[in-house]
Design a protein around this ligand. Structure first.
Ligand code: MN
Length: 238
């Protein structure tokens, strides 16, 4: 029961924000070194436009993750900013790709893991966009472009997204309570762990239902630990 499982999301690794990469490197080398499992629930990257990106800024980090993978099982769920992470990068990291909603057993908990953007159903504009960019057609067309073309499109999409977010209330950007309740029912789980909203918290929804929200790295580490039958959320704001 001593082995620990760790959960992280929303690091938003960015070559322009080296502090986050440094903190993650420390986390990988020190904090995760004794763990049995590490789940990365999306938005590891601020943007990932395809596995042909050399990502030179992350060379040391990627090597450390690969090294960790020899002792720790590393799993990845795609987020809304890195849904183009594919087998090539995951092979480099020694990580395996999980379905966008994956159910695991932790002690007596049946746990659903997901990035969390699919719970934000009040934001219908975003959900329409999500359906589009998650389609195989869209992804094949996008990945057929040069990296420079993809960067230009991504920049444009981010500009539109920032503009749209300014017009949306905090409420619209959070999860929809009914969608959350439906997810517990449909998946038959007692725990949902997700990120995306950057609102780290442990929510007890009912005596036998909890929703755990992972925090973003800003630039301090934020993570969830499962050890000795208990969840602990470690975040500078919680
Ligand atoms: Mn996200």
């Amino acid at each position: 029961m001593n082995a620990e499982t760790l959960f992280i999301s929303d690091l938003h690794l960015d070559p322009d924000k080296p502090e986050i990469s440094q903190n993650f490197l420390r986390f990988i080398k020190i904090r995760a070194a004794q763990a049995r499992g590490l789940y990365i629930l999306g938005d590891l990257f601020e943007a990932w436009l395809g596995d042909d990106d050399g990502a030179e800024a992350f060379t040391e980090l990627f090597a450390a993750i690969k090294h960790l993978s020899t002792t720790c099982r590393i799993c990845f769920v795609q987020g809304n900013r890195d849904f183009l992470v594919g087998e090539q990068l995951l092979h480099k990291l020694g990580a395996r790709l999980l379905q966008e909603i994956t159910i695991i057993q932790l002690g007596h908990h049946r746990v659903a893991l997901m990035h969390g953007d699919q719970l934000c159903t009040d934001d219908t504009q975003y959900q329409t966009f999500r359906a589009q960019v998650r389609s195989l057609d869209w992804q094949q067309q996008y990945l057929a472009k040069t990296l420079a073309e993809r960067q230009a499109i991504a920049k444009q999409l981010r500009r539109q997204s920032r503009q749209a977010m300014r017009e949306k209330s905090d409420h619209i950007m959070d999860v929809n309570a009914q969608t959350v309740a439906d997810s517990f029912d449909r998946l038959g789980v007692d725990t949902i762990i997700h990120g995306h909203t950057h609102r780290p918290a442990l929510h007890s929804i009912a005596p036998d239902r909890q929703r755990i929200v992972l925090g973003d790295w800003n630039p301090e580490a934020s993570y969830l630990s499962w050890k000795d039958g208990q969840f602990s959320l470690i975040d500078p704001r919680v």
